[in-house]
Ligand binder design. Structure first.
Ligand SMILES: NC(=O)c1ccc[n+]([C@@H]2O[C@H](COP(=O)([O-])OP(=O)(O)OC[C@H]3O[C@@H](n4cnc5c(N)ncnc54)[C@H](O)[C@@H]3O)[C@@H](O)[C@H]2O)c1
Length: 307
């Protein structure tokens, strides 16, 4: 990442953004965070980062946050797949128009790199759990996925026209310490929190849907590796799928062997199979996930239990 000195992390008070901020600071960059704290928490922002409490749709706040910045990591978003039906207007306003507002403020004289956090939600559903490469059709099945794909597209076009290098990293299901508990996102955090409270857990659908659970530190490593190095679009996952039934059993056996899983109707917008082919990230970014679901589950449980 030679040649860069000051990063902007949008959404840097959130789960992934706060961890990314810590890593960039440790790597010797100055970091400014902009976050409106709708989900993120002020105390999650490392003390040595500069914090702008503001909305990415607010021109003045974005202008402030971009002062002196030479690279941007854009993570601020409303991150709800199920919630994106009820809240589609607000979510698209942040995820698409917020991105457009940020792009409008980015100045090619100063900003020389832009990485966007995109999502596995941009893909069409897969017919089997075989890992999907970046060339897999993008035909999102949720309003959230539509917004993330639009954010990718507009960023790619506008930044290319301005001569600013751009990479989209498509994160798969990210888990790890610090994930905010909401009913909508982060199935591991939701299941662990409920089991620790003695509450039952519900799987939407038959539970045979598969997800690629990737540790937040691997996501951060892959995201940082893009800087100044690889333009394009890269999946960040592990390449391994786990069904929700398997996940539920792993957690129940550790936390509450007497609990049973209930099933409810599948929700619109949920992919059946979502497993990443990570060959492109491996080749371009030397991305090698170091963590695993089984290996890290106890740490994640301990962190949630200590909250
Ligand atoms: N967590 C996952 O499994 C996952 C998977 C795929 C992609 N992603 C993407 O990664 C990024 C980070 O996700 P996360 O899991 O850390 O979510 P998060 O909700 O913890 O973080 C998002 C942050 O953005 C902030 N934010 C929301 N709207 C804003 C606005 N209008 N202005 C300023 N700040 C705003 C929130 O307060 C929050 O701190 C998002 O772009 C998300 O789409 C996450």
């Amino acid at each position: 990442m030679t040649g860069f000195s000051h990063a902007l992390v949008t959404g840097g008070a959130g789960f992934i953004g706060s961890r990314l901020t810590r890593r960039l600071l440790d790597d010797g960059l100055r970091v400014t965070v902009i976050d409106n704290l709708t989900v993120g928490q002020r105390h999650a922002v490392p003390g040595d980062a500069c914090f702008v409490h503001g909305d990415i749709r607010d021109e003045a706040a974005v202008g402030d946050a971009l002062t002196g910045v030479d690279c941007v990591f854009h993570l601020a978003a409303q991150v709800t797949i199920r919630g994106s039906y009820d809240r589609f207007y607000e979510d698209l306003d942040t995820n698409v128009m917020g991105t457009a507002r940020l792009l409008r403020a980015v100045d090619s004289l100063h900003v020389r790199w832009f990485t966007l956090a995109s999502s596995m939600a941009v893909y069409a559903d897969a017919p089997s759990p075989t890992p999907i490469p970046e060339a897999h059709p993008t035909q999102p099945v949720s309003p959230y996925g539509v917004g993330k794909l639009a954010a990718e597209g507009v960023s790619r076009e506008i930044l290319a026209a301005r001569g600013i290098p751009f990479t989209a990293v498509r994160y798969f299901n990210t888990f790890g310490p610090g994930q905010t508990y909401t009913p909508y996102v982060g199935v591991i955090t939701i299941f662990v929190t409920r089991l620790l409270r003695g509450q039952p857990i519900t799987i939407f659908g038959d539970g045979e849907q598969q997800r690629d659970f990737v540790h937040v530190d691997d996501i951060v490593a892959g995201t940082v590796a893009t800087l100044g190095r690889a333009q394009g679009t890269y999946n960040l996952g592990t390449g391994r799928g786990t069904s929700l039934n398997q996940l539920a059993q792993l957690l129940i056996s550790r936390l509450a062997p007497h609990q049973r899983v209930s099933h409810a109707a599948a929700h619109a917008g949920e992919l059946r199979f979502s497993v990443a082919d990570i060959a492109a990230a491996r080749a371009a970014l030397d991305y090698v996930p170091a963590r695993s679901l089984e290996g890290d589950l106890d740490t994640v449980i301990a962190e949630i239990a200590a909250r």
